[in-house]
Design a protein around this ligand. Structure first.
Ligand SMILES: NC(=O)c1ccc[n+]([C@@H]2O[C@H](COP(=O)([O-])OP(=O)(O)OC[C@H]3O[C@@H](n4cnc5c(N)ncnc54)[C@H](O)[C@@H]3O)[C@@H](O)[C@H]2O)c1
Length: 429
């Protein structure tokens, strides 16, 4: 089938590559000329495991890239919208890119199309997209607007796209639902068809729930520290309950990333607009902000005043296996460390390229051992596998003082203590 994907970021590019690999003819469109030029040359602008291989395999055969929306619209039956919906100043979702794309689609329509919204948008946006397309000349042709929220996770995006827990298709039109379902049939995944607005709500409700689950276990962890319990064991025991499940019960330094913070905020704002005060989510935002800041307190607890201290920060990205620094806890806490007079040297396997811009004044290390050399404290911000497997004897011999603040609980407190470290995790004495 002929597919246009507008927006070639983390979601759009994975969508392009996977649909092309499934045998469709895909054209990726983006306003970012430099990005499109790179993609046309086979260079991938983001770090995402498995993505380069898929693009290499399909580029210039079933997969092309352009900045020309007209070309994409005219050549395709399906037009996926996968542009960013970042947080606006008031906390709501900034929908300007989606609106701009909708207007462009309306202007360039040359036949009936199915417009599939993959961007995360507040309830009602699908209807607005339909009316924008109509206003911009789309009246002559039949256009169905379908919501198809994306649930992939950065770091395992290709796998998640190809093996989704469910494919969600939101539309009030049975034929459009059938057509979009056909695109996903090769995945053999469970397909749920619902009305447009419920689909839009399912995406926000899912992300808000996951953010709440993380925040809940973080608060349990904080209490564990006070009562001398171990949150790892507590979470394990909770997760064995089939009503709760083990996922998203890893206590740590708080959630960040390109989705949870902005989506929780957008849902709160949407509720407010509808005259509803979403009390739980307000508390989640407050508790998560506290959790991030508490990393500074944990470091001060073990190190005392930070003036002149050298900190080794391992991990910058908001989660492992991605280079995405949006709302990363590490970035926020490292800035606080710098404000408190500490010198910070960072290492991240994929995200260092963006570090200089985000964190002026930090020193970059080529590997984890270089980062810890001469440090008074090692802070784990992201649970990359290579940090889990470090030779802690060697780490200790390189550090000025053997102190670990483990914001992701990747080390065993007993083992690190036996090696002579002062160890501070989250929710574990
Ligand atoms: N990143 C994730 O893990 C994830 C997961 C699920 C859903 N989502 C949602 O998917 C959407 C995209 O997220 P992302 O992380 O891929 O964003 P991103 O910032 O990585 O990519 C967005 C892309 O859209 C392009 N763009 C912006 N305006 C455009 C326009 N008018 N025309 C063409 N291209 C335009 C940008 O240049 C950029 O390349 C968001 O709504 C997000 O909430 C993201």
């Amino acid at each position: 089938m002929k597919i246009c994907v507008v927006g070639t970021g983390y979601v759009g590019l994975v969508t392009c590559a996977c649909f092309a690999d499934l045998g469709n003819e895909v054209i990726g469109v983006d306003v970012d000329q430099a990005k499109i030029k790179k993609l046309q040359q086979g260079s991938i602008p983001i770090y995402e495991p498995g993505l380069k291989e898929l693009i290499d395999h399909n580029l210039h055969k079933r997969l092309t890239f352009t900045t020309d929306l007209k070309q994409g619209v005219e050549q395709s039956e399906f037009i996926f919208i996968a542009v960013g919906t970042p947080q606006a100043e008031g906390g709501e979702a900034d929908l300007s890119a989606v609106k701009q794309v909708a207007a462009g689609i309306g202007e360039h329509l040359n036949g009936s199309k199915i417009v599939v919204d993959k961007s995360t948008v507040p309830v009602g946006m699908g209807d607005l997209v339909a009316s924008i397309i109509e206003e911009h000349g789309g009246l002559e042709h039949k256009v169905d607007v379908v919501s198809n929220p994306e649930f992939l996770r950065e770091g395992s995006a290709v796998h998640d796209f190809m093996h989704p827990d469910r494919v969600l298709i939101g539309t009030n039109d049975g034929v459009a639902a059938e057509r979009v379902s056909e695109l996903y049939k090769p995945l053999e995944a469970e397909i749920m068809v619902t009305d447009l607005r419920s689909a839009e709500m399912i995406k926000y409700a899912s992300n808000a729930f996951l953010a709440t689950k993380i925040t809940f276990i973080n608060e349990i962890a904080n209490l564990c520290e006070k009562v001398d319990a171990d949150v790892i064991k507590v979470a394990h025991g909770m997760g064995m309950d089939s009503r709760i499940g083990p996922a998203f019960l890893n206590a740590g330094a708080g959630y960040g990333g390109s989705c949870f913070p902005k989506d929780v905020s957008a849902l709160i704002q949407k509720a407010k607009k509808e005259g509803y005060d979403f009390k739980v989510l307000n508390a989640v935002v407050e508790a998560n902000a506290y959790q991030k800041r508490s990393m500074l307190a944990r470091i001060k607890d073990v190190l005392g005043p930070l003036e002149g201290k050298q900190i080794a920060a391992l991990g910058l990205s908001f989660k492992p296996d991605t280079d995405d620094l949006r709302e990363a806890v590490a970035v926020e806490v490292i800035r606080l460390l710098q404000e408190n007079g500490a010198r910070v040297r960072v290492y991240d396997p994929a995200a260092l390229e963006h570090a200089e811009k985000e964190l002026p004044g930090v020193k970059l290390a080529d590997d984890a051992y270089t980062a810890v050399a001469g440090a008074h404290c090692l802070v784990i911000f992201t649970e990359w596998n290579e940090f889990k497997e470090m030779d802690l004897q060697r780490v200790k011999s390189l550090m000025k003082t053997p102190v670990i603040v483990d914001g992701r609980n990747i080390y065993d407190p007993q083992k690190t203590k036996a090696l002579g470290f002062t160890y501070q995790g989250v929710g574990r004495k």
